[in-house]
Design a protein around this ligand. Structure first.
Ligand SMILES: [Zn+2]
Length: 398
């Protein structure tokens, strides 16, 4: 067993393109540990197996289901009757070479045969030890109208015919009458009822499928109704899980998948709109908060306050992002304008005072006396004009 797990681990590692050294580094163990794990030499290695699998992102059940190609098994590690473990279905992935994807169900050494089951396609088959396939004819070898191989009482034959015309499966009829299934088949041929019974059975199977689908549809509708009352997104996978099935189950029932998709689309659209509205309100509140603060407004500050990631927000809600960005820019311009207005008033007042005192006016002197940053004072066109107005004219009139 540890050897098989080890071989599977090695197959997975090689499939993922990791070297022993790389994986060892990732798991923070010395490389020989990896080799030992893969050779199955470690006992009680469950924690290491789990760490190994986690690194390769493979689940424990997936490991169990993994079928190994022959190249991964060294002689001596092979399961018994290895050469016989090939699926007889030509279209199956386990057909070409022996594989652990084929399990042995029964071994009959006395008869020199064993039975196997293919995990990939579900086919069960019997192979002799020499590799030949043992197939039994499915249809009894008698001709229509020939006497049946086993003679049964007339009363049971009447029951048989009735059940056959109702389309009950052979297995069920055989069970009810206490017959063998092959005898039932032989009787259909003998009584020339084979075709009629097969048609009735096909009809009955179709009806049962329909009934199952109707029941399933009802279940799906109930689940959808319940999910629609919640605030979570509806997906095919959710509904599949709620049905107690595999997440991909609904993909196999197209008409139900369509129903779920329709309901999901409606529900999810409303949900998204509501979430977007909530998000917008939240961002707008954050914008107002930033406006009220003294620090200059920025997109980062707003998104942080709304609990969002700025870059993600830009990708997921480009329109809202653009609107907020515009508001931020407008706010910056407004702040700049107000500041400049205050500075201009300040420059005028200072210049008047300096002229009254008879002090000479220079660009830098005036800016410093007015307490205006030189950098802005020289760069801002309007402030520059005000300075020119005072200093360009040596005796400005008050
Ligand atoms: Zn198969």
């Amino acid at each position: 067993m540890p050897q098989l797990i080890g071989a599977k681990l090695r197959a997975l590692r090689e499939q993922a393109g990791w070297s022993v050294t790389a994986l060892a580094a990732r798991l923070a163990v010395p490389p020989p540990t990896i080799n030992e794990l893969e050779r199955g030499r470690r006992t009680s290695a469950l924690p290491q197996y789990l760490a190994y699998l986690e690194t390769l992102e493979v689940s424990w059940p997936a490991l169990a289901a993994l079928a190994l190609p022959a190249a991964f098994l060294q002689p001596g590690q092979e399961p018994p009757l290895w050469e016989l473990r090939r699926c007889p279905m030509p279209t199956c992935s386990q057909h070409a070479a022996p594989s652990t994807g084929v399990t042995r169900t029964i071994d009959l050494p006395v008869r020199q045969v064993a039975r196997f089951r293919c995990k990939a396609c579900g086919r069960q088959f019997t192979r002799a030890y020499d590799g030949s396939l043992r197939e039994k004819p499915r249809r009894p070898q008698i001709q229509p109208g020939n006497p049946p191989p086993v003679v049964k009482p007339a009363e049971q034959i009447a029951q048989l015919v009735m059940a056959g015309r109702q389309g009950l499966p052979n297995r069920q009829i055989a069970h009810q009458l206490g017959w063998g299934e092959k005898t039932v088949c032989a009787y259909w041929i003998s009584l020339r009822l084979e075709e009629e019974v097969h048609r009735a059975q096909a009809r009955r199977r179709a009806q049962e499928v329909q009934k199952r689908h109707a029941h399933l549809r009802q279940q799906v509708e109930t689940i959808l109704a319940a999910l629609q009352r919640t605030d979570s997104v509806i997906t095919l996978q959710h509904v599949g899980r709620a049905l107690g099935r595999n997440v991909d189950y609904l993909q196999t029932v197209p008409e139900l998948a369509i129903l779920v998709r329709e309901v999901a689309q409606q529900h999810n659209t409303v949900l998204r709109q509501r979430r977007d509205a909530e998000l917008e309100a939240c961002v707008i509140r954050a914008l107002e908060g930033v406006r009220a603060a003294t620090a200059p407004p920025s997109m980062r500050a707003i998104t942080r306050q709304a609990g969002l990631d700025c870059d993600r927000f830009q990708v997921t809600h480009p329109a809202l992002y653009a609107r907020v960005r515009q508001a931020v820019n407008a706010e910056r311009v407004a702040r700049r304008t107000a500041l400049r207005q205050r500075q201009i008033t300040q420059i005028h007042a200072t210049a008047r005072r300096l002229v009254r005192q008879g002090s000479p006016l220079t660009y830098t002197g005036l800016l410093a006396a007015a307490g205006v940053d030189r950098y802005y004072g020289f760069r801002d066109r309007l402030i520059h004009e005000v300075l020119e107005q005072w200093i360009g004219d040596p005796e400005p009139c008050d």
